[in-house]
Design a protein around this ligand. Structure first.
Ligand code: SAM
Length: 260
């Protein structure tokens, strides 16, 4: 790694602290029935601990300069494949059938410049059973925020309707080479079935409308819906149309959308 020229444009901040890697591995609870996906293995410091625990691992790395070091770091394993290319351009929708594992987990220290597109692709194309990722702390706070918290927004509700999300621990910027300008955090997302039979597109549309103007209350943001019906459901839970979307728990949004 000594002569490696890190590319900022590819979000290349590699973990240098083994304790952090061990904690990520512990929280990910991988076993031999798990197909693991890692996006951005870098020099393989996380991969080499994940692969021996998993049934099979798929690693997606955009930077071909890392080929030799990755092959060398992972040479004692045979249950993995590295795909060199942009993860966002890969067809991953068939992975479950192709590899036949009962569980798909994603474990990664993500390239921060594409955190949201990666998460969106994963959920739309595979809907993994568990995701344990290191991301920018500020984003971690938004994704894992609960109602009533100032970070709670559209993305917290959309993700919260499919996953139980926890911020696990913070990681200071000095744990990376090179050190980024921001601190990081590791979060876990465990699949839940809260959304049930509700049409995901209908739910997303409603949540976007509810949060459209952050300072406006639900009555103003949801004018085009049946406000009487929404008010009835809100009142049952001691809320009203004068609340803002940021006050409302995910379960109540789900109840509303299943009734409108
Ligand atoms: N896992 C390593 C670690 O923790 O030390 C490296 C993590 S580093 C934050 C992000 C990695 O993602 C880099 O290796 C980078 O080359 C890779 N990467 C960036 N954009 C990518 C993309 N679109 N598809 C796949 N990998 C990408």
């Amino acid at each position: 790694m000594i002569n490696f020229e890190f590319k900022k444009s590819l979000g290349q901040n590699f973990i240098k602290d083994d304790n952090i890697i061990n904690k990520i591995v512990k929280y990910s609870q991988i076993d031999k029935n798990t197909l693991v996906i890692e996006i951005g293995p870098g020099a393989g410091s996380l991969s080499k601990k994940i692969i021996p625990l998993s049934g099979f691992a798929l690693l997606y790395e955009i930077d071909t300069r890392l080929k030799d070091i990755l092959n060398d770091q992972l040479k004692n394993n045979d249950n993995y494949e590295i795909i060199f290319g942009d993860f966002l351009e890969q067809d991953i929708s068939d992975i479950k059938n192709k590899y036949g594992y009962s569980k798909i987990y994603v474990v990664a220290n993500l390239p921060y410049y594409i955190t949201t597109p990666i998460i969106t692709k994963l959920i739309n194309d595979i809907y993994p059973d568990k995701i344990v990722i290191m991301i920018q702390e500020e984003v971690a706070d938004r994704l894992s925020a609960n109602y009533g918290n100032r970070d709670y927004g559209m993305i917290s509700v959309l993700l919260g309707s499919r996953y139980t999300i926890k911020k696990l621990f913070k990681v200071g910027r000095n744990s990376f080479i090179p050190a980024p300008n921001v601190d990081s955090a590791v979060i876990s997302l465990d699949k839940n079935d809260r959304l049930g039979n509700i049409d995901g597109i209908k739910f997303e549309k409603f949540i976007k409308d509810a949060f459209q103007f952050k300072r406006k209350n639900l009555k103003n943001n949801l004018k085009k819906y049946n406000l009487n019906l929404i008010d009835e459901i809100l009142k049952k839970h001691n809320y009203s149309l004068s609340n803002r979307a940021e006050d409302i728990p995910v379960e109540i949004f789900i109840e509303i959308v299943s009734n409108i």
